[in-house]
Design a protein around this ligand. Structure first.
Ligand SMILES: Nc1ncnc2c1ncn2[C@@H]1O[C@H](COP(=O)(O)OP(=O)(O)OP(=O)(O)O)[C@@H](O)[C@H]1O
Ligand SMILES: [Mg+2]
Length: 316
């Protein structure tokens, strides 16, 4: 392990960031590190402060307090350098619908005052498989192609770090899979990625994850570390009348959470022995099938979200 204080190892290294909007504490003491070449997933419910954190980290917003670097540049002082070296894909699609793909990319190349614009745009069209649609009006593209254009545009100036804010929201599963394959290709070339998402399958494709709720970072690490951090035991129960069972279990000590996953009910709890007792009691004399299973990322995220509400109160 490298020296912890060596920020060159980290493309993002921020400490105790705080941001208020009015009297709302939107980012609350957030510290976070992203290593070079890593795909870092940023998860949390709506309004939890993901976008605001991203904007703080790339110097678009100034924190009320806290310090940090992005690509070694100070997030408070060096926002111009950060912008030159970071590709930021905003949460909402922000290209011209009445320009073609090529025209949109050319427009971005002009903003960055790039030389060899034609060549750069051609290269980018090719890299992301957009040539066949280069002259198509952007407004007529499907969600997946729009996201591909947005990625091409934020890669045009060859950034070393990508900040992607829900890049695949509303995109179909095949296009999402292609998009993630592209992200892994970029990471293999040493480009670091911080990506916010609400999709569990995407979370599992990240090297590291952070979960934020109500402005507070509640867990950070690999998927395995995040799961282990909450020390939840989980049982899966299958059979009839699961929603009744769910309600019954929820009112039983030892059961901290129940969630229906397709044909199975997951019941989780921190007190492993009490959870098992509760489940055996509730299912005694029935034909229900139950077994202990490994707690999944989704179980943990649901737990973190409800747990954070209990602790901090809903403050959306
Ligand atoms: N410019 C602003 N002025 C006032 N309040 C803001 C501003 N930007 C964000 N907020 C508030 O800050 C909180 C966090 O918002 P943010 O957009 O960072 O959350 P998010 O995690 O990105 O949510 P989502 O998943 O919906 O994108 C919300 O309550 C939001 O209403
Ligand atoms: Mg957001």
């Amino acid at each position: 392990m490298s020296n912890d204080s060596d920020s060159r190892e980290y493309v993002i290294d921020v400490h105790e960031l705080n941001k208020h909007f009015g009297d709302k504490h939107v980012v609350n003491n957030v510290s976070l590190r992203v290593a070079r070449g890593q795909i870092f997933g940023f998860l949390g419910p709506n309004g939890s402060g993901k976008t605001t954190c991203i904007r703080l980290m790339c110097g678009l917003l100034t924190p009320d307090s806290g310090t940090g670097t992005c690509l070694g540049y100070d997030i408070r002082r060096d926002s111009a350098q950060i912008k030159r070296n970071v590709g930021y894909m905003t949460q909402r699609f922000s290209y011209w619908e009445d320009l073609t793909i090529r025209e949109n990319l050319d427009f971005v190349a002009r903003i960055y005052q790039m030389r060899n614009r034609r060549e750069t745009v051609d290269k980018s069209l090719e890299a992301l498989g957009l040539q066949s649609r280069a002259n198509q009006m952007t407004g007529s593209l499907s969600g997946g192609w729009k996201q591909r254009l947005a990625l091409a545009a934020c890669m045009l100036h060859e950034p070393r770090l990508l900040l992607l804010d829900e890049p695949t929201a509303g995109v179909d599963p095949t296009a999402r899979r292609d998009f993630w394959e592209e992200l892994h290709r970029l990471a293999a070339r040493g480009i670091s990625v911080l990506v916010s998402t609400h999709y569990m399958d995407e979370a599992e494709r990240c090297h590291k994850l952070a979960y934020i709720a109500y402005g507070k970072l509640l867990a950070q690490g690999t998927s395995k570390e995040v799961i282990e951090s909450q020390d939840l035991a989980t049982w899966s129960i299958q059979g009839e009348h699961l929603s009744e069972l769910s309600e019954k279990l929820r009112a039983t000590p030892g059961v901290d959470q129940t969630v229906v996953f397709g044909a199975a009910l997951h019941a989780s709890g921190r007190d492993h022995a009490a959870l098992e007792r509760a489940i055996r009691q509730a299912t005694a004399g029935t034909t229900l099938r139950m077994e202990p299973i490994e707690t999944g990322l989704e179980d943990v995220f649901i737990y973190l979200m409800s747990h954070s509400k209990d602790n901090f109160g809903a403050q959306t």
